[in-house]
Design a protein around this ligand. Structure first.
Ligand SMILES: [Zn+2]
Length: 205
């Protein structure tokens, strides 16, 4: 999802895009990774993905970080960003980025997927529920789970659209809402999330 999201942001002319992704490109990535190709197999992903993004829009500055940020790095990155899009596979990483965004007071968009289902959550720190309001603890994580590329592209693109709306002041961002697209049945569900009293991440705001 980070691939299509960053691609749509870059092609859309967002001035400065930072991507962070560790590891080498592997063949299972090929069903969804729009920034990669078979020629990148076995090579570090972030550097090549950054090159591809730069090739798509010379006016956009692209920074590529070749690993997932730790807590301190996430906080440092958040301090110089206007918005965070979260697209990693694990709850631990998603909650880390949520915390960094809430502490920096910047909007946070969480994109997630499992099989043919995609979800999107749009957070305005201190005003709407944050990701930790929903998940106080990281739920059990399956190392291997099904991923359909069309869902990655759709969910990542919707995350980019919300970011473009927020950054440009256009339309009505989905503040505090969770959108779920059930691709098995073609159903879209949108619910308004409630903040959780005592949330360790955002309740002091
Ligand atoms: Zn919260």
């Amino acid at each position: 999802m980070g691939g299509p999201a960053s691609l749509m942001l870059t092609m859309g002319g967002v001035g400065h895009v930072i991507i962070a992704h560790g590891g080498d490109m592997i063949s299972p990535d090929l069903n969804r990774q729009v920034l990669g190709s078979e020629s990148v197999l076995g090579k570090p992903r972030a550097g090549d993905f950054g090159e591809y993004l730069r090739s798509m829009n010379q006016f956009v500055e692209v920074e590529a970080i070749g690993h997932e940020p730790n807590d301190a790095e996430a906080a440092e990155l958040a301090a110089r960003c206007d918005i965070i899009l979260s697209c990693p596979p694990t709850f631990e990483e998603r909650l880390r980025l949520n915390l960094a965004a809430v502490q920096a007071g910047i909007p946070f968009i969480d994109a997630a997927q499992w099989g043919m289902t995609g979800t999107l959550i749009v957070v305005k720190p201190g005003q709407t529920a944050c990701l930790e309001c929903l998940y106080p603890e990281p739920p059990p994580f399956e190392e291997l789970f099904p991923v359909v590329g069309a869902i990655s592209a759709a969910t990542g693109s919707l995350a980019a659209l919300e970011a473009i709306k927020i950054l440009s002041g256009t339309g009505e961002p989905m503040w505090g809402k969770m959108l779920t697209y059930d691709g098995y049945r073609g159903n879209v569900t949108i619910v308004q999330l409630q903040r959780r009293d005592g949330c360790a991440c955002c309740s002091s705001l």
